[in-house]
Design a protein around this ligand. Sequence first.
Ligand code: NAD
Ligand code: MG
Length: 379
Amino acid sequence: MKRLIILGSTGSIGTQALDIVRANPDKYTVTALAAGSNAEILEKQAREFDVKTVALFNEKAAADLKVRLADTDVKVLSGESGVCELAASDGDIVLNAIVGIAGLRPTLAAIDNGTTIALANKETLVTGGEIVNRRLVEKGVKLLPVDSEHSAIFQSLQGAPEGSLKKILLTASGGPFFGKTREQLQNVTVKEALNHPNWSMGAKITIDSATLMNKGLEVIEAVHLFGVAASQIEVLVHRQSILHSAVELSDGAVIAQLGTPDMKLPIQYALTYPERDKCFESLDLLKVGTLTFEKPDTDTFRLLPLCVEAINRGGLYPTAINGANEESVKLFLEGKIKFLQIAELNEKAMNACCNKREFTIEDIFAADKAARRVVREAI
Ligand code: NAD
Ligand code: MG
């Protein structure tokens, strides 16, 4: 039995991970669950999976959860420190499916405790990649990617000799606004931006898919996960979301992982690695018929090249563009800014970043805060 700790259990990835547990009651137990503010769902999950510890980031919601669970002996923690304490509790794997930079400290807490990490929270690596990688080596901890593209790259590299990775082919669906001009994007609505053609995901990453920020964040994530330069990563728009990414090895062999667009496979692989487990949905290539690959439109979708610029500049620039993006996406979802303003504000905040070559976790959170302030003050 693998003991799982799930962070972000009420979200899209978190609930799919719990579906995997439900389908395999003989393989997993869930010891702890954490989320942002949904006491009602977390109470239900805590009872269903008979967990020992729960945590909510939101203090008020945590107090409500404590009352709801008063008839049980479930330990209820609160705040960022509570989420980190839970991430460092006893278990075999921590699945980090928190959204945003809020996932960074819990990832570090799990590493410090020596627990294997299944990482969906890409913002952990975008902001803290250098520090996380150093800490993983120091503590001898494994970090397994859950993001579908990075899982595909990781799967494609199984058995590839050390040093043979030449290039990464990172695929992108293109999102709901593929083929649109800036003019056509002027007045797109939140509802249109949330209407992703292939994947059902949380709101923030769905908007990031519409702006191509998600692909930019994934380039940065891949740099940290696979030790390549951004120039070794080619982004390809692949509308069908069947080929989840590929690698080109030194002899020119291109190895890819294909599958239906279903996050359960990459989530499960991170939980069972290096083993393989059951199939949720088999891929029928005859039904798919055609796989296409196109160049991304980086003039219209500026956030992809801006993220590449951020990682090439290094230091705190990726944190700045990420923090600005978290803020501007929130404002867009609240109807306070237009779609195209997301990229404008992110660019402005990135350029305002006070960079440092050597930096600490505190510097990362300060740069995040500063970038968010630039965004809020610009509207
Ligand atoms: P979501 O919005 O559906 O869920 C986010 C979860 O994080 C929720 O449980 C929420 O309560 C929790 N949370 C938010 N703030 C928190 C905080 N401060 N402390 C603790 N918990 C907090 O998001 P999602 O779509 O499941 O995405 C989660 C992460 O996985 C993101 O980083 C995303 O980029 C990545 N990811 C998601 C998908 C997908 O298919 N959904 C695919 C690849 C990568
Ligand atoms: Mg992805």
